[in-house]
Design a protein around this ligand. Structure first.
Ligand SMILES: NC(=O)c1ccc[n+]([C@@H]2O[C@H](COP(=O)([O-])OP(=O)(O)OC[C@H]3O[C@@H](n4cnc5c(N)ncnc54)[C@H](OP(=O)(O)O)[C@@H]3O)[C@@H](O)[C@H]2O)c1
Length: 221
């Protein structure tokens, strides 16, 4: 049995990735804050033949996130693929000089504590399987900081460093860690940034297992 956990599972990229991996036979655990929305999404995926279940948690609460992933593994088996892709909150995106240290609590909880808690929770299961994939999805500010979006720029940089360290440390164990940068917005119908196209890219990152950072489109797009 193979299982994917999407942390930050919504109707856009999260649903598309669930469908893409589901098509390949993966059971899917969906994690986001609202159990009702997750149940609706799981029902839509089931109608398309994808086995999916929702496990509610706020990624800013590391204990709740770990508990959700523990419950997911109990239900669908060890998580072989973890995708961390919750959509960042608007209030993380303030101008740099209007950003106080307390404004950085949310972005750091969201983009650093959350990923670390999720990885620590699923890693023993991946090691038990002898294989695994960890996928981080970020906007372009992870690469080029944006002066009007200080919180995400700063926290995505830290998340990128964590992911890169994991990539180097875990490769020898058969656990591949990759980051997909999506410059600009995800746009349905766009040749490179449609959710389904991005899901295909994430599937190929899982299959090809080369390198840490990948770009969905040109950075200035
Ligand atoms: N949308 C874009 O234009 C865009 C552009 C560049 C990069 N990205 C990247 O793409 C990914 C998101 O894709 P998407 O925008 O299509 O979103 P999506 O997969 O449709 O939904 C993401 C989900 O994240 C959940 N979420 C937000 N805050 C959360 C929290 N604190 N705890 C748990 N879950 C939370 C939300 O569900 P609840 O509200 O129910 O919790 C939301 O439905 C992210 O990695 C983002 O950085 C998006």
């Amino acid at each position: 049995m193979t299982a994917l956990a999407v942390v930050g599972a919504g109707p856009g990229l999260g649903a598309a990735v669930a469908r893409r991996f589901g098509r390949e036979g993966y059971d899917v655990a969906l994690v986001a804050r609202d159990q009702g929305r997750l149940d609706t999404l799981a029902g839509e995926l089931a109608a398309d033949g994808v086995g999916a279940r929702g496990f509610a948690a706020d990624v800013r609460d590391p204990r709740a996130l770990a508990a959700a992933l523990e419950a997911a593994a109990a239900a669908v088996g060890p998580i072989e693929v973890l995708q961390y892709s919750p959509v960042p909150h608007r209030d993380f995106m303030r101008p740099v000089l209007a950003t106080t240290h307390t404004d950085l609590i949310g972005p750091v909880e969201f983009s650093v504590y959350g990923p670390v808690a999720a990885v620590q929770q699923v890693l023993p299961g991946m090691r038990g399987l002898g294989r695994g994939t960890i996928l981080f999805v970020n906007g372009g500010t992870a690469v080029v900081p944006h002066p009007e979006r200080a919180g995400t720029s700063i926290a995505f940089a830290a998340e990128s460093a964590y992911g890169h360290l994991l990539h180097d440390r875990l490769a020898a164990e058969g656990i591949h860690v990759a980051q997909l940068i999506v410059p600009g917005a995800i746009v349905p119908g766009h040749p490179r940034k449609d959710p389904g196209v991005l899901a295909d890219v994430l599937w190929s990152l899982h299959q090809d297992r080369h390198g840490f950072r990948h770009f969905a489109d040109d950075l200035d797009s």
